[in-house]
Write a protein that binds this ligand. Structure first.
Ligand code: SF4
Ligand code: SF4
Length: 226
């Protein structure tokens, strides 16, 4: 029998609804995007995904979303077969109507978690949040990790502790993403910023997973946020 995770999408969304920080970060970053959209809401920059269970819930409740066609970014059409091949089988590639039409209650988990992902150590411990390094140059939050609210971090970990327990494939996916991150940061000779579940901020040594406390104002800043 094929394992099916038991997910209550509405419950997950209700438990993970707090803003990342006290300012509307989209109002800041969109000034630096030629399209005038927050980077994570611009399909030409970031393609959202949804668990198949989320899509079942969303299509019954809102017209905000569609499955990705590939032509949503006219200036840079998406290679749909290639992107599908890179996407876990239990997820769909998605497109929303755009930030002018956003419905906060129907944001996917991928919207809510951006730019963060769970960091899982080589010896299988989900120790906290880290970020998607592909967006270092554009995302204001990544350059201002000390501004991320405690409530957001708490909700993030609560959701991913239960989701990754219920959904082992998703756990594996984040384990291998963390492994990719270790390789990338080793190549660059950098530590990995961690918003730890103990409430502290750390730089993690990607060779050993050892964490050193850091004042969050000391984390690197990038792009226009230097
Ligand atoms: S999470 Fe980052 S990319 Fe998204 S709106 Fe906030 S600053 Fe912009
Ligand atoms: S649903 Fe809202 S938060 Fe998510 S990508 Fe679209 S505009 Fe951005």
């Amino acid at each position: 029998m094929v394992y099916k995770p038991n997910l209550d999408v509405l419950n997950l969304y209700n438990r993970f609804d707090s803003p990342i920080c006290e300012v509307d970060c989209g109002q800041i970053c969109k000034q630096f995007n030629p399209s005038g959209k927050p980077f994570c809401c611009d399909i030409c920059v970031a393609v959202p995904v949804a668990l198949k269970e989320e899509w079942t819930f969303l299509k019954a409740n809102t017209k905000l979303w569609q499955r990705l066609r590939g032509d949503e970014c006219p200036s840079d059409p998406i290679d749909l077969p290639k992107l599908k091949a890179e996407t876990p089988h239990y997820m769909h590639l998605m497109a929303c109507k755009g930030p002018d039409f956003c419905e906060r209650d129907y944001r996917t988990l991928s919207c809510r978690q951006f730019p963060f992902s769970p960091y899982i150590t080589e010896d299988d411990r989900l120790i906290g949040l880290t970020y998607n390094w592909d967006f270092e140059q554009v995302c204001w939050v990544i350059s201002n990790l000390g501004r991320v609210s405690e409530q957001y971090q708490k909700e993030f970990l609560d959701i991913y502790d239960s989701l990754l327990f219920e959904h082992p494939s998703e756990y594996d996916s984040y384990y291998w993403l963390s492994e990719d991150m270790r390789k990338h940061f080793i190549n660059q000779g950098r530590g990995i910023p961690i918003l730890h579940r103990d409430g502290g901020f750390y730089l993690l040594d990607p060779e050993t997973d050892e964490c050193t406390p850091i004042d969050p104002t000391e984390f690197p800043k990038f792009g226009p946020y230097l």
